[in-house]
Design a protein around this ligand. Structure first.
Ligand SMILES: Nc1ncnc2c1ncn2[C@@H]1O[C@H](COP(=O)(O)OP(=O)(O)O)[C@@H](O)[C@H]1O
Ligand SMILES: N[C@@H](CCC(=O)OP(=O)(O)O)C(=O)O
Length: 270
């Protein structure tokens, strides 16, 4: 794996809720539009692209005019069911504007635990890519509760995107977040925090995590992104974490522009 941010031929892009929903709770239509444009452009240019999207609960909250996420799991699952279909309708409209075809896959993590179901999902993704259709994946929130009840951070779209990326042998995972990359401490709490442009190898990742202690790092947010980075590096793959404020950034990342934080194994590194 080269230190340079190599252009991938098969790329997974993950976008988080915080990029898709305004602070006011309303849907960020510009972000969805630009995401659809960027992924359609990538697809037209011959890159196979898979989108892992969060936002079902966020869009569900907006649709129901709710300001806060209800505590009850069943309520959250209901909102996810409401929001997921609205989210796909928004994606459907925008991707159609750019001439791209999309398909929805809602996955639970156990799909990857059982060889047969794993094979079926991977075959489905391969068949979609062969048809030049962009798979759009989210966790099946109305079935899976491990993310929703926060008992474990395994059931998270960051980790799901890394599982998908490694399973389909993607060249790169691009994680779009509400933050410009990994910092030495949480910039929302420490304005003086410094961006870490390169995390070369699992050892460097360990140091980065340690420096994040005491921030939201330990309870979600960045910790799931670092878990995703660890999964990618263990598979010899690269991940870029960058701002999702303007998802057209993915086009620049694929050109090798040094945005955000690059996670990977440098040449000569074991
Ligand atoms: N060391 C860190 N560097 C960057 N962000 C951090 C760090 N520690 C905690 N965070 C928090 O993680 C957040 C990103 O996670 P999250 O809100 O879950 O995003 P998303 O919805 O994009 O998945 C940032 O907005 C920031 O508040
Ligand atoms: N599956 C959930 C989001 C889960 C999740 O990982 O959210 P995020 O940390 O915003 O990427 C949803 O669509 O609302």
């Amino acid at each position: 794996m080269s230190e340079t941010r190599a252009t991938g031929r098969r790329v997974v892009v993950k976008i988080g809720t915080s990029s898709l929903i305004h602070d006011s709770g309303r849907v960020n239509l510009q972000t969805i539009d630009r995401l659809a444009y960027a992924l359609s452009a990538m697809n037209n240019a011959g890159t196979e692209v898979i989108l892992v999207t969060s936002g079902a609960i966020g869009v569900g909250l907006a649709a129901q005019h709710l300001q806060t996420r209800p505590a009850a799991i069943a309520e959250q699952q209901a909102l996810a069911a409401i929001g997921q279909s609205s989210l796909m309708r928004l994606y459907g409209e925008r991707f159609t504007d750019y001439g791209a075809s999309i398909a929805q896959l809602l996955l639970t993590h156990d799909v990857f635990d059982f060889p047969e179901s794993r094979r079926h999902v991977l075959d489905t993704i391969a068949a979609l890519l062969a048809r030049n259709v962009i798979p759009i994946i989210n966790e099946n929130d109305s079935v899976a509760t491990d993310e929703l009840d926060h008992k474990t951070t395994f059931g998270d779209n960051d980790q799901l995107s890394a599982l998908v990326a490694t399973s389909i042998d993607a060249d790169m995972l691009i994680v779009l977040s509400d933050i410009a990359g990994l910092y030495d401490q949480n910039p929302k709490q420490h304005p003086e925090a410094m961006l870490i442009p390169v995390v070369a190898g699992p050892a460097a990742l360990g140091q980065a995590q340690a420096s994040g202690a005491g921030s939201r790092f330990g309870t979600g947010g960045m910790v799931t992104k670092l878990n995703a980075a660890r999964t990618m590096m263990a598979a010899g793959k690269q991940m870029v974490l960058c701002s999702g404020a303007d998802p057209r950034i993915v086009l620049k990342v694929l050109e090798g522009a040094p945005f955000g934080t690059w996670f990977g194994i440098k040449e000569g590194q074991s």
